[in-house]
Design a protein. Structure first.
Lengths: 155, 158
């Protein structure tokens, strides 16, 4: 009788242990899933920055990125640059330009903040002062518009 | 420690992890909207049900419920599917026809999956209207920049 009681106690003790181990493991896996989901979401946003904003990140964003994220961004940039150089012949092809189908070579832009001197292809410079309006080549302004310095004005 | 036979409410992810058809560590009880009484309501007219109040993740949670070996699983699966089918048409139509309107009343009774579908429909409609107005070629600022001005990045201490 004594031995069968201790056997059933051992068995229920083991069942308790199984439950406990499983419970803890569940919680650990859940925490891991949450952390990974968060980090992955950040990575997707960082990747989008290269396309939406440009290859140089604003310092405030950079400040909030981990060293691994900065490294990831740099490697992604490099990867993208290598690919873009390999397509479109001699000069390569900047895929991050003309994301929206262009209608004209030159566009009207308004300055949203003071930016300073801006050089156009033929050597002339333009002073980008807040609220000033200019008629400029699309490919030169695209990045500044995306960065919120200029505003694309439709006629 | 837990006494055998005790009953408590735990999150789905925990129940899924503890569930084991062979070892029978836990047994699960169906939440009421997936039970027979409510299933009858859904099959009568799924369009009148406020799935946001009932859910708000009626479809995804219901699909996850099928992981537990409940004998009612085939009926539950069937109800979830039929509910989606009967509600979808109205959601699709309204998402394609409500332009520049206040859609909060429409959206209030949708579960999260339906809301995502509605938003996708609205985005398609808005993009098309934008194109029709000749605005599709307008270069816009990065959404990051737009949010930037509103949010102040505070320095972290330590």
């Amino acid at each position: 009788a004594a031995s069968s009681r201790s056997r059933s106690e051992a068995k229920s003790g083991r069942t308790d242990l199984i439950f406990l181990i499983r419970f803890r493991h569940c919680c650990l896996l859940r925490n891991q899933r949450c952390v990974v989901a968060y980090l992955y979401d950040r990575l997707l946003r960082i990747r989008a920055l290269r396309w939406e904003y440009g290859s140089v990140l604003p310092s405030a964003i950079h400040f909030h990125m981990s060293a691994e994220e900065v490294e990831w961004f740099n490697r992604y940039k490099k990867s993208l640059a290598t690919y873009m150089r390999s397509v479109g012949g001699e000069e390569g092809l900047d895929l991050t330009q003309d994301i929206k189908p262009p209608k004209s070579l030159y566009i009207e832009v308004r300055c949203l903040k003071d930016y300073g001197e801006f050089e156009i292809d033929d050597g002339t410079t333009v002073l980008l002062k807040k609220n000033s309006q200019h008629f400029l080549p699309r490919w030169k302004c695209e990045q500044l518009i995306r960065q919120g310095v200029l505003e694309h004005v439709l006629s | 420690s837990f006494l055998q036979g005790s009953k408590l409410e735990i999150p789905l992810w925990l129940a899924k992890g503890l569930h084991d058809s062979k070892r029978r560590i836990i047994s699960t009880e169906l939440p009421k909207i997936y039970r027979e009484a409510w299933r009858t309501v859904f099959s009568a007219d799924a369009n009148v049900v406020d799935l946001h109040k009932m859910g708000p993740y009626y479809y995804s949670f219901g699909s996850q419920l099928l992981n537990f070996d409940n004998p009612e699983n085939p009926e539950i699966a069937q109800t979830i599917l039929q509910t989606f089918i009967s509600r979808f048409r109205r959601i699709m139509d309204s998402s394609q026809n409500a332009y520049n309107e206040d859609t909060s009343a429409l959206v209030a009774r949708l579960d999260e999956l339906e809301r995502a579908l509605f938003r996708a429909g609205q985005k398609g409609l808005n993009d098309f209207q934008c194109w029709e107005k000749g605005q599709a070629s307008q270069i816009t600022a990065s959404s990051l920049v737009q949010n930037y001005g509103k949010r102040k990045f505070t320095d972290m201490d330590g």
